[in-house]
Design a protein around this ligand. Structure first.
Ligand SMILES: [Zn+2]
Length: 362
């Protein structure tokens, strides 16, 4: 029962952007500092401040808060590509608002930028390990239109997509990312969109095709994040029972899973499913902070959530995280920066209290 190391804790990724940056980006034609040079110092200031404040929370692993992922966690790599149109797949949120992906208009499909560029900048400022989130190939697969593109088949697209995704991960691993996290928020949504489970299974197969290209050692540094979505105090798939998703999720050939849990109505139900399907070479980071809720959790609350998880998950396979990023979409200010960092500090302190309680040193 005594862990020789404290229970690991990691963030998901995004932190609300400073209001001045949001305001400036909203007013501009292009959010890219290469096109709008006066944006560069604002981004730099945002990244520097984010990492400083992240480290001040005591978080053993930090991110750049995705300050440069305009406009969101999913389209950073394809934003502004000339072969896209804005009227792509719409993600429907429970409160009625939607967020759209771009639609691919012609081949070939190439990323406009890769995530290792973000990591490079973050590592210049950070004194502790940095993790990097990348978008899943399944999310981007939704960019290919229902009617096929003449001269560029869906099969060719998938081949290009997998190569670009693999390059995204390899670049981050090579630059020394503590972990590379594949954002798979559309997993739970897939069950809602297609209750037969076919869409989910096609997503799982696609991600596994990509993960199979990595060695078992590399896959221990790769993780997958699942959540019901988090945007403007709303979710897109919280009504889908995790029992429909988690058995398939743990079929993914990844070493780590970041599972939103704090916001679940029945956490023990979810923990029971995780216990049943988690494989011996996998670690699950359970969410202990609800990022969309402006109330700051206490460290004791977090401790109790971790101890609840300890009843179900072997200690050597357990970690903690936030349920989701605090602002996966660039202009989301539902929670402000001060609140986000206070909540992260509660996660770090609460996880340390739990480590102490089960006999670990922290
Ligand atoms: Zn999420």
């Amino acid at each position: 029962m005594k862990p020789s190391v404290p229970i690991p804790t990691e963030p998901i990724g995004s932190i609300p952007r400073p209001p001045a940056l949001i305001e400036r980006v909203t007013k501009t034609d292009s959010p890219d500092p290469n096109a709008e040079p006066d944006l560069a110092p604002l981004y730099e200031q945002a990244i520097r401040d984010t990492i400083e404040r992240f480290e001040a929370t005591g978080s053993p692993v930090v991110t750049d808060g995705e300050q440069r992922k305009y406009h969101n966690f999913a389209t950073y790599c394809v934003h502004g590509l000339p072969n896209t149109a804005p009227d792509g797949f719409a993600i429907p949120f429970a409160d009625g608002h939607t967020r759209r992906l771009p639609r691919l208009t012609r081949g070939p499909f190439r990323y406009g930028r890769h995530a290792d560029g973000f990591l490079d900048v973050a590592m210049q400022y950070a004194h502790v390990p940095v993790k990097q989130a990348v978008i899943s190939p399944s999310a981007l697969s939704l960019m290919y239109p229902a009617e096929s593109i003449p001269g560029y088949s869906r099969e060719q697209f998938i081949e290009d997509l997998l190569r670009e995704h693999e390059t995204d991960i390899r670049g981050c691993l090579a630059r020394g990312a503590h972990k590379v996290q594949v954002d798979f928020t559309e997993g739970r949504l897939a069950v809602k969109l297609d209750p037969s489970g076919r869409l989910l299974h096609s997503f799982i197969d696609l991600i596994n095709l990509a993960l199979s290209r990595f060695s078992p050692e590399a896959r221990q540094r790769i993780g997958v994040h699942t959540c019901p979505g988090n945007d403007l105090h709303s979710t897109h798939s919280a009504d889908v029972d995790y029992a429909e998703l988690l058995p398939s999720l743990f079929e993914l050939k990844a070493g780590n899973f970041y599972v939103a849990l704090a916001g679940e109505r029945d956490r023990r139900h979810v923990l029971g499913i995780i216990r049943k399907y988690l494989k011996p070479d996998q670690r699950v980071f359970v969410g202990v902070i609800a990022p969309g809720d402006p109330r700051v959790e206490t460290a004791e609350e977090v401790r109790d959530r971790v101890l609840e998880a300890v009843e179900y998950i072997p200690l050597e396979q357990l970690g903690t995280t936030d349920d989701c990023g605090f602002a996966p979409f660039f202009d989301n200010t539902a929670v402000d920066r001060d609140t986000a960092f206070a909540k992260i500090q509660a996660r770090v302190r609460g996880t340390a209290l739990a480590s102490d309680a089960v006999g670990g040193r922290s």
